[in-house]
Design a protein around this ligand. Structure first.
Ligand code: SAM
Ligand code: SF4
Length: 476
């Protein structure tokens, strides 16, 4: 499947989510509209921006034309993702002018990784932008928005990497909108894969202290979260300071989170294959709340390409990691990320990728055409793969992925899976939940069951979802 998501589901340039908040300052009601591009880490950041702005009295706007403040929280991972921002800014310019004609003001802010990578360029290309704020500076939004409101429209750019991490300044997390929540525990990356902008846009690897993470998780659970997904660009490189002064691993953090009453499910993403340590493997064996579904990006099935990508593992090492995980948890299903057409990738390399995908039998996969990112080593390589070859390879890979995903879903028919009911379905009387493998599961049941986990006998499957009926009598 081609992903609208990249860093996680909605990983990249495709999917967008909107969140809105409301408030009043000096008796004046102001409204904010936030549009999120890219990965779950951006979704988390947008939620935290809302938490920061709420005390200023901002209220929710469903549409940008109704907002006093518009925030585009952007993604830079592939070219298409960043270009979308500029076309959206064209629309914002028109809305801002229309508002000005009515004597009203609209502040436009660009946050996220495009802001970090192209701060001055954004101001130059899109004159409607008042504020450019990098991913490590959004804790300063209240102050920067106030400054922008006071100023006559001089652009403000804030893209430094501060010495004190933004997490230390974030307010308590508000109650999540549903029964699932994201929690960023790690950010940035020191691995410098040839193709990737993350080390440049998010900065060096940083892990939040364990107590800070536990406090936020407790707050989310108190607000109704039954499932928490721990996030990080390399989440399993987590090495946060523990309350005992030691450095905690992700495995240790997961065990401690599993002790939180009410937290039924734990997930984490995105993992790097090199950082799957024995403790994490053991957590998969021993912690029932840890869901048996893991996103483990392999990127390529060719050792030659993996070396050029600077991934620092071979396909044999990747296979071995998968074996360790599967022997700890035999029902574990895997998803992955794959890039086709990295500079230097030949047809035989691509065939190796198809072979590996067939062998590992991923339950899900996100596949992308290599997209040159300015400043990364691969972008200046002279052996770029022609666009036509990239497109053909992507189409062939996606055909295989869709087949495997469908097979995996079909293999669930007849099984009884525990499903966390998360929201109302599109049809009357229907609710939708998630299986342990993150599949959407549709059932007919009363809405009051949202938030429950119940066994569901799966009766039908498609490439993208399952359906079934509650099977209370079955043990799970
Ligand atoms: N840290 C994770 C890892 O090492 O696998 C990946 C996180 S990255 C932010 C999300 C995904 O975007 C990657 O796994 C990769 O497949 C894809 N990606 C990153 N840079 C890309 C590029 N220049 N072109 C195409 N896809 C890219
Ligand atoms: Fe990007 Fe590689 Fe770091 Fe993942 S490990 S975030 S792909 S540089």
């Amino acid at each position: 499947m081609s992903s609208p998501a990249g860093c996680l589901r909605s990983r990249s340039g495709g999917a967008m989510t909107r969140s809105t908040i409301t408030s009043t300052e000096n008796g004046v009601t102001r409204r904010v509209y936030v549009k999120t591009y890219g990965c779950q880490m951006n979704v988390y950041d947008s939620v935290r921006m809302a938490d920061l702005l709420a005390p200023l009295g901002f209220s929710k706007a469903e549409r940008p034309q109704d907002a006093d403040l518009v925030i585009l929280n952007t993604c830079h991972i592939r070219e298409k993702a960043s270009e979308k921002v500029y076309s959206e800014l064209g629309l914002m310019r028109r809305l801002k002018m229309a508002k000005a004609e009515r004597g009203a003001r609209m502040i436009v802010a660009v946050t996220g990784c495009v802001a970090q990578a192209e701060g001055a360029e954004i101001m130059h290309r899109a004159r409607c932008v008042d504020l450019v704020v990098g991913p490590q500076n959004y804790h300063r939004l209240p102050e920067l928005v106030a400054k922008a409101l006071r100023s006559g429209g001089d652009g403000i750019i804030e893209t430094n990497f501060p010495a004190v991490p933004k997490f230390d300044f974030l307010p308590e997390a508000a109650a999540p909108e549903g029964v699932t929540a994201f929690l960023t525990i790690q950010e940035g990356c020191d691995k410098f894969c040839s193709f990737c902008v993350v080390p440049y846009t998010r900065g060096a690897e940083y892990s939040r202290p364990a107590m800070q993470v536990l406090a936020e998780a407790r707050q989310l659970v108190r607000g109704g979260a039954r499932e928490i997904t721990l996030l990080g660009q390399n989440v399993n490189a987590y090495h946060g300071k523990g309350p005992d002064g030691r450095v905690w691993t992700l495995g240790e953090l997961i065990r401690r989170l599993a002790e939180l009453p009410g937290l039924a499910r734990i997930r984490y993403t995105t993992s790097h294959p090199r950082d799957v340590d024995d403790d994490l493997v053991a957590a998969h064996r021993e912690v029932p709340q840890l869901m048996p579904f893991l996103h483990l990006p392999v990127q390529s099935g060719s050792d030659r390409v993996l070396a050029v990508m600077n991934r620092r593992y071979t396909t044999s090492e990747y296979r071995r990691t998968v074996e360790r995980l599967r022997s700890a948890r035999s029902d574990l299903a895997l998803s992955t990320d794959l890039i086709v057409g990295h500079p230097g990738e030949k047809e035989e390399d691509f065939r190796d990728t198809l072979d590996l995908v067939g062998e590992i039998k991923f339950a899900q996969a996100f596949s992308f055409k290599y997209s040159p990112r300015p400043g990364t080593p691969a972008a200046s390589a002279t052996n770029q793969v022609p666009e036509q070859a990239k497109s053909e390879r992507l189409a062939a890979l996606q055909t295989l992925i869709v087949t495997q995903q469908r097979e995996f879903n079909l293999s669930c028919i007849g099984r009884v899976l525990p499903v966390l009911f998360a929201k109302a379905g599109k049809h009357e009387g229907q609710i939708v939940g998630r299986s342990p493998y993150l599949q959407s599961v549709h059932i007919t049941a009363a809405r009051y069951r949202i938030g429950e986990i119940a066994p569901v006998r799966i009766t039908a499957a498609s490439t993208t979802s399952l359906s079934g009926a509650i099977a209370e009598a079955f043990a799970i």
